[in-house]
Design a binder for this molecule. Structure first.
Ligand SMILES: CSC[C@@H](O)[C@@H](O)C(=O)COP(=O)(O)O
Length: 369
């Protein structure tokens, strides 16, 4: 996607040296567009943990490149396994991280050490390309949902509520739920997006609002708690979110607060759709509530907030009462029964095992385990 007319992806190999890895530092957005150069797997691990890169598909692709960086220096079997395990431990909830590293291990274990680094860059590049094409297709398969709503209210914008950031910076390009919104906007459908602020880290107000603004998509930032009220008053036509892991029965893990939006949507008959690439499917687990590990992040993220002063200085300030403790579960699980449907690169389906197997029959054996 474009920043001020220049096409970017969220991760790429440096064209000058041909091996270091470039990312946009998302902790600096929306104030500064800063590109970081990563040269070591420890820098990649730090970038994922500190959320310089974030978003389920993107952390998988960046971790894959992290493995390639490590193998340039040591391509032994031991290094391959050790670095894959280290990168896999950086964040627990998004299954895309494990999916990407498993795919890398499968490709690289049979390769001789001398040829491994080159093969690793190729495999990481293939993961990145796969994500771009996948996310583009997700947008196409979601588009008819928006077209159908637009046809029912000619001349009026389709009001879409979204949570967290599911845009091109959360993937390698295009995004998941935002891919649908971009493609609807680009097709000339009038859309307006209610952007949940998404405390504690403000992925909505900082990242989604920035992306939508750069693309010219009309949007309004709202407090996380405003969604239910807007739905009660008919101001939301559809909720579109992404996900970090979908189980074989269609339960959806996503950014904390997603579940409350699904409950409000259910109570107000507002369709609640979830967009995901195949790399977000975890057909090995069924019950999302019991089986998906939920990341607990530092309490400081809740007790503090970060913003820019009129002077331009970006500062973090304490907003909670001095001395209070904080808790910061970073994701929640929305049960499949509250999900109207799933949008994937292969089409749309029910949030159920039958729905998923209809689109992904190759997982039938795995799902039967
Ligand atoms: C790419 S869309 C799905 C999710 O990755 C997104 O909604 C989300 O929850 C990201 O969480 P984050 O903690 O910012 O990495």
């Amino acid at each position: 996607m474009n920043i001020d007319g220049v096409a970017y992806r969220s991760v790429w190999v440096d064209q000058d040296d041909g091996w270091s890895v470039r990312i946009l530092d998302q902790t600096r957005l929306p104030w500064t567009v800063e590109i970081l150069r990563l040269t070591h797997e420890d820098e990649v691990a730090h970038a994922i943990r500190s959320m310089q890169v974030r978003g389920a598909p993107l952390i998988g692709a960046v971790a894959a490149y992290g493995l390639a960086l490590a193998l340039r220096r040591d391509a032994s079997d031991a290094a391959l396994e050790r670095v894959a395990a280290m990168l896999g431990d950086t964040r627990p909830t998004a299954v895309n991280l494990r999916w990407a590293l498993d795919r890398m291990l499968k490709a690289l274990r049979p390769v001789a050490a001398a040829a491994r680094a080159e093969a690793a860059y190729e495999a990481a590049g293939a993961i990145a390309e796969d994500d771009v094409e996948t996310c583009r297709s997700i947008g196409q398969h979601g588009l008819p949902l928006i077209q159908a709503i637009a046809a029912r209210k000619p001349g009026k914008p389709v009001n879409i509520l979204t949570h967290c950031n599911t845009g091109w910076i959360a993937t390698v390009d295009y995004g998941t739920a935002l891919s649908v919104i971009y493609q609807a906007h680009d097709a000339g459908i009038p859309v307006h997006v209610w952007v949940d602020e998404t405390r504690p880290r403000n992925q909505g107000s900082a990242l989604t609002a920035w992306e939508l603004g750069r693309h010219g998509v009309p949007h309004t930032v709202i407090a996380d708690n405003a969604g239910g009220h807007l739905m009660q008053h008919g101001e939301v036509d559809i909720v579109l979110v992404g996900t970090d892991r979908v189980t074989r029965q269609g339960d959806v893990a996503n950014k904390i607060g997603t579940y409350l939006k699904a409950l409000a949507a259910w109570d107000n008959d507002v369709p609640f759709w979830v967009a995901l690439p195949h790399s977000t499917l975890d057909m090995r687990v069924r019950d999302g509530l019991r089986e998906i590990p939920i990341e607990e992040r530092a309490a400081d993220e809740v007790l503090n907030t970060t913003g820019r002063l009129p002077s331009g200085e970006v500062v973090t300030v304490r907003t909670a009462a001095p001395g209070s403790a904080g808790a910061n579960p970073a994701f929640d699980v929305t049960p499949a029964r509250l999900v109207s449907g799933l949008i994937t690169e292969r089409g749309r389906c029910d949030a159920s095992e039958a729905g998923l197997l209809g689109l992904y029959p190759e997982f039938a054996a795995l799902a039967a385990e």
